[in-house]
Design a binder for this molecule. Sequence first.
Ligand SMILES: [Zn+2]
Length: 175
Amino acid sequence: MSLQTKKRACKVMSEPNTSLATSIFINGTDWCLNLTAARRSAITEAVNQSKTLYIDEWNKCIQREPKMRTYRVFKSNFEKETYLSISNIKQRNAMSRFRISAHRLAIEQGRYKRSPIPVDQRYCPHCPVQTVEDEYHFLMEYTKYECKRKIMMTRIEILCNNFKHLPPRDKFIYF
Ligand SMILES: [Zn+2]
């Protein structure tokens, strides 16, 4: 062994193992970061899968349940509705109750009778013509509210140009 080789060998043995240190302290950090990223990715994937499963089940539920007949007309996407941002609590509650059929219209009252009334016979007690008193009838047809309805429709027409030309069912969904 030459003198130069011996000197190099002694130097390497007396110094800390920089290669090992590099592996542990620098690459090791990368490894940890990668692991964290992998865990984060796995968690995100699990959350997304759960969300997809939940939305699928939610869709099936609102299509299946008779109680949801109006709700499914209004609600097609699983997202926060704009009306939930109404600052007036009374108005917001009224909108919520209307949309989820938590009210006293005949369509719901008939459901809770000791002998439930068939859906197509839950007539409006206020109108002379036999019409089912559901949310559509209440909002779009009920003669008692004709004046209030006109005021409301006019206000909406000012806000939405096309509203006036929509068919009645689409106007109803607008709410
Ligand atoms: Zn009526």
